[in-house]
Structures are given as C-alpha cells and as structure tokens.
Ligand binder design. Structure first.
Ligand code: AMP
Length: 298
C-alpha cells in the first residue's frame, strides 16, 4: 500500500475558505459520511483523473437520519479515512462537526426534494432526501467545486442531486460513478460492517436478484421483475422492502411494454440492517403476451 502525500485537513469554515482559495482549478468534490471503502476510493480516483484539485468532505449529516436510524452508531473511522484520501491523492479533506455545518442548529430553511424525494428510499425514510439535498447544497456552496462526484450505488440520491443542480441553477457538473462491488457481488457500503457472517451471506441475494433481473432484460419488463423477485424470495434472511423496475430519471415504474434503459432497484432488511442496491437494465419489448413462445410468435 503506497501512501500518497498527506492531504490538508481542515475543520472550520475559515480554514476551508483559505485552503480552497489556494487550490488550482478545476476543482472536484467527493462528499462522504466517512467509513471510506473501495467505492469511495473509486469516486476520489475518478475525480483525481478529471480535475486538477480534489476536495473530500467527511461529515455524518444528522439531518438525513430519521429518529429511529443509526446516526449514533454509524461507523466513524477518521484515521483510516485520511489514509484512503492520501492514497487516492486528495488535496484537501473537510471534516466539520455538526456545529460547523449548522451553526444555528437545525436549519429553518431546507431544500425540498419534491415528488422524487418521496418514492423508494424516500417512502421508507421520510425527510431523508430533504436532509441530503440540504447538506449537498451547503457543501457545494462551501467547497465551490467545478465537478461533484456521486456513486450510482445511491441512484436516487444521484438523480435528486442532478435535479437540484438543474432546477436551482447550481454551477457545477454532476458526475455519477458506477457501483463498486466485493468480488462476490455485494455492493460496497459502510453499513456492510453491521452484518454478521450469516447476514453477509444472506445479503448476497440482493446483487444476485439484480443480476437475474438484468439477464432477463431481453424477455421484457415483467420477466425482469419475475426473475429478480424469485431470487430474492428464495433467501429467507432477506426481508425485501421494494424491488422495482423504474425509469432511470423519473424513478417511476416502467410500463409493461417498456423498451430501452431502466433501473432495477432493491431495498431489503437483513437482520437489523437496511441495504440498497441497483443495476441498470436494458429492456427489450415483448410484442404480445405469448411472444416468449416461438410457436405462438410466428
Ligand atoms: P456515503 O459515505 O455512503 O454517504 O457515500 C458517499 C458517496 O460514495 C455517495 O456518492 C455514494 O453513492 C458513494 N458510494 C457509496 N458506496 C459506493 C459504492 N459501492 N460504489 C460507488 N460509489 C459508492
């Protein structure tokens, strides 16, 4: 493991302002909640390739956690995180406390995520995306990047950040980086640290279901959902919350005759841990109900 040059670590707005002013552009930002893994590293690496300077933020944002969620026990591993930032060549790491980000306490005025913020993850986690977009907006103002990098692992978040940037005229380019997975297919997530060995095995059903669904793409939308559902249902250690085939930008269910790109997205509880994953799927249209049957299709 090669150590890069240690990035500058700043904790206050004043330190950030001074350090940011010294960075040559274009500047990229990678926003994280810490507990960095290979997925975060891929974002920093992509930013490193495509910008002159890279800022990483490490902030566990209280605003996006529900009252019954894991804010207090969310993993905090700053020393290891800084080593990842160094290895991947980040220039500046902003590690604020909640008091630095929200000096007046919980903000009165927030970004509203709208209809897209109320479906899928937003239905399970009310207010979550308002909290996410509010902190993303603030961190964009504070770090003033030319580009901001987000992971496809959190596909709904990426869609919403794009919409916020478009709808509210933020002057930043949003870049979405493909999901990084463990060799066995499990999408990397800081929350995987919560999984015991049996749960870790059960969690593999998510990516297995997504692959089965993707492979059924040539047989149409219903076949995609049926294939993925069958795999997920076969794993008793997984309690599915949703499994949907949606438009990649609309996040609305695709019609049965959909053809083209779609997003197969899943959320499930494994033990006490809620996991999400998704895969892009190319869906071919199926002409009629019997089109799978070559006898009938003639
Ligand atoms: P988090 O620290 O979980 O808030 O994630 C910070 C950023 O890293 C978000 O843009 C995530 O979508 C992204 N990210 C998290 N896990 C992965 C992964 N396995 N592959 C790619 N990006 C990821």
């Amino acid at each position: 493991m090669t150590e890069g040059i240690r990035p500058v670590v700043v904790r206050t707005r004043e330190e950030l302002r001074a350090a940011r002013a010294a960075l040559p552009g274009p500047v990229a930002v990678v926003m994280t909640m810490g507990a960095l893994h290979a997925g975060h590293a891929a974002l920093i690496r992509a930013a490193r390739h495509e910008a002159r300077s890279v800022v990483v933020t490490v902030f566990v944002n209280p605003l996006q956690f529900g009252p019954a969620e894991d804010l207090a026990r969310y993993p905090r591993t700053l020393d290891a995180d800084l080593a990842v930032c160094a290895r991947e060549g980040a220039d500046l790491v902003f590690v604020p406390t909640p008091e630095v980000v929200y000096p007046g306490g919980d903000p009165e005025v927030r970004v509203g995520a709208g209809r897209l913020g109320g479906v899928l993850e937003g239905a399970a986690r009310p207010g979550h995306f308002d909290g996410v977009l509010t902190v993303v907006a603030k961190l964009l103002h504070l770090t003033r990047p030319d580009r901001a990098y987000f992971g496809r692992k959190d596909a709904q978040q990426a869609v919403l950040v794009r919409r916020m940037v478009t709808d509210l005229d933020f002057d930043v380019e949003v870049v979405v980086v493909p999901t990084v997975r463990e060799p066995d297919g499990l999408a990397m997530s800081s929350r995987n640290a919560y999984l015991g060995a049996d749960e870790r095995r059960a969690a593999l059903a998510l990516s297995r279901a997504l692959r089965a669904g993707r492979d059924a793409g040539p047989r149409g939308a219903a076949a995609v959902l049926a294939a993925a559902t069958e795999v997920l249902a076969a794993e008793p250690g997984c309690q599915p919350d949703y499994l949907v085939l949606v438009g990649p930008d609309t996040l609305a269910d695709v019609p049965p005759d959909h053809r083209g790109e779609a997003l197969l997205a899943v959320a499930a509880r494994v033990g006490a841990t809620r996991l999400i994953d998704n895969l892009p799927v190319t869906v071919r249209a199926v002409a009629g109900p019997a089109a799978d049957d070559p006898q009938e299709a003639r």
